[in-house]
Design a protein around this ligand. Structure first.
Ligand SMILES: NC(=O)c1ccc[n+]([C@@H]2O[C@H](COP(=O)([O-])OP(=O)(O)OC[C@H]3O[C@@H](n4cnc5c(N)ncnc54)[C@H](O)[C@@H]3O)[C@@H](O)[C@H]2O)c1
Length: 370
């Protein structure tokens, strides 16, 4: 199969969908890989490394779309790309269709085969192509929080791990899923005094078993949150209620009970945020202050570390890409149930129920297109 890897054109997107290592794997299986020149630069992969891996370089995005039977991307196509997409072309990328009717209509019109990373789903309902970005954001949340706790950034002026003779800083993590667990590991590794809160007792039991001694668990409820925020220097919001907006667990009135210079990192900002005062921010202007409490609410945290994020993402996406290339999308999706869940729009039809419902458009069960 001819596989195309265009350079991402969405603002500030430095990830690339295929690494030179992934390129070599696909070529080993007998496929041809066409990479747009400089596509990997933002993630630290030069054109030469792709050439060495066996890829062919193409100078323009138009040429990549024109030659490819399957396009592998990171972000959803944006308006200048719509016209380049061909009938029957496989698009394997993040789409987040339910948040854009324009994108959904465009993909219907282009009659492409759209496989969305975010809806590939395992039998335990986990989302294997979203997990890597939660891992990155969770680990980053502590790195960013530690930075903003420094006095020069307006923080409380504490070192997370303390030093001999000085107690460590207290870190509160609300939500003990992927983000929360990775955040806890990082904060614990730095020597902080960490508490993870969740509403799922089974999850708290598991975390209590696996975490080091400087991580404690606590049931998440308003009473406990009100008490804990008064003494914690770094608070990380990491909750998720699938398919719903995040609950506002820290309300505006609670800020005045915190110490000046407390840092709140709301990783759940992409679902509306779990702090009432959260507003989405960007890497250019990541933070703002309300009632002397520093808020960090960047909606695409992994964007700050594109090399790590690219490697993490492609580790998760490559095996499906190989199956799609080896078998074609239809056979690959017949054989692989989790991958089948990734089909959202196929040759002009919406085959993912929630996307059709979001815009009251006709829905066709995925089995009918296989
Ligand atoms: N900002 C970014 O760049 C970025 C990157 C990746 C993920 N995210 C977001 O981070 C959030 C967390 O993602 P995840 O992968 O860890 O999700 P997850 O499903 O693995 O974990 C969410 C956890 O929140 C818990 N929870 C639900 N309600 C709660 C409550 N009231 N109090 C405490 N805990 C509660 C759940 O029991 C679950 O354990 C999501 O909104 C996700 O979209 C943001």
């Amino acid at each position: 199969m001819k596989i195309g890897v265009p350079k991402e054109i969405k603002n500030n997107e430095n990830r690339v969908a295929l690494t030179p290592a992934g390129t070599a794997e696909l070529i080993k299986c007998g496929h041809e890989v066409y990479v747009q020149t400089t596509a990997g630069i933002g993630s630290g992969f030069s054109d030469e490394t792709y050439l060495t891996a066996g890829a062919k370089l193409l100078p323009t995005i138009e040429e990549v779309y024109a030659i490819a039977e399957m396009i592998i991307k990171v972000k959803e196509p944006i308006e200048p790309e719509y016209g380049l997409i061909k009938k029957g072309q496989i698009l394997y990328t993040y789409f987040h269709f339910a948040s854009s009717e324009v994108l959904t209509q465009a993909m219907i019109e282009r009659e492409a085969v759209c496989l969305a990373y975010e809806t590939v789903e395992l039998s335990d309902h986990s989302l294997p192509l979203l997990i890597p970005m939660s891992e990155v954001a969770g680990r980053m949340s502590v790195q960013e929080g530690a930075k903003y706790l420094e006095k020069t950034y307006g923080g409380y002026g504490v070192l997370l791990g303390g030093v001999p003779g000085v107690t460590p800083a207290k870190v509160l993590i609300i939500g003990g899923g992927i983000v929360g667990t990775e955040a806890a590991k990082m904060a614990a590794g730095l020597g902080a005094d960490v508490t993870i809160m969740d509403v799922n007792l089974k999850r708290l039991r598991y975390l209590d078993d696996i975490m080091p001694a400087n991580v404690k668990t606590m049931m998440s409820n308003e009473f406990n949150i009100r008490e804990m925020i008064q003494s914690h220097s770094l608070i990380i919001g990491a909750v998720l209620i699938p398919g719903a907006k995040a609950p506002k667990l820290i309300t505006r009135d609670m800020l005045s009970t915190m110490r000046p210079g407390t840092v709140m990192v709301d990783v759940a900002v992409d679902q509306g945020g779990c702090f009432e005062t959260t507003k989405p921010t960007t890497h250019d202007h990541p933070n703002f202050v309300i009632d002397e409490v520093i808020h960090y609410c960047v909606a695409n945290m992994p964007g700050a570390v594109p090399r790590t994020s690219t490697l993490a993402l492609t580790n998760a996406t490559l095996s499906n890409a190989i199956q799609l290339a080896n078998k074609g999308w239809r056979k690959a999706c017949q054989d692989n149930l989790p991958l089948r869940k990734g089909l959202n729009v196929v040759e002009g039809k919406i085959v993912y129920k929630e996307v059709a419902e979001a815009f009251e458009l006709p829905y066709v069960p995925v089995e009918t297109v296989l």
